[in-house]
Design a protein. Structure first.
Length: 137
């Protein structure tokens, strides 16, 4: 092998673990958010697509924002990148799923999907930003 081939092989081997960590970070962050949401709606016996009291909507949205923030933080930590690509990937994933849920909930109440899109996806980014800033020190 010549020097150029060795360099290309070394770069490929370096990228593969980084990509794996990034995918794992997005998966871990979404798992934190998703499992917490499923648990909330199962424990409270609320349908996320059904109308709910204002108190429940506010409390569950705050709960979701907290877990979205934690998910973004963990995604950034596991992804181990200096940039925010992992965090943005998670936020986009959450936003797309929320948008699809809102559209598919036509004729029902979409409050949970709208709150995920408007508040929880940005909370993911804030969690990732916090992790990125604290890990640079």
């Amino acid at each position: 092998m010549d020097e150029r081939t060795c360099t290309m092989e070394s770069e490929r081997q370096t990228r593969e673990p980084a990509l794996g960590r990034a995918i794992t970070g997005v998966f871990a962050g979404y798992l934190i958010f998703g499992v917490s949401a499923i648990a909330l709606f199962q424990i409270t016996k609320h349908d996320p697509h059904a109308p709910a009291s204002t108190a429940f909507m506010v409390a569950s949205t705050a709960y979701g924002v907290v877990f979205a923030f934690i998910g973004g933080y963990v995604a950034q930590m596991v992804g181990a990148r200096r940039d925010l690509r992992v965090t943005f990937a998670l936020a986009i994933l959450l936003a797309v799923i929320a948008a699809v849920s809102a559209v598919s909930a036509a004729g029902t109440s979409a409050w949970s999907a709208v709150s995920a899109l408007m508040l929880m996806a940005p909370a993911v980014v804030l969690g990732g930003v916090l992790r990125a800033r604290t890990s640079r020190r």
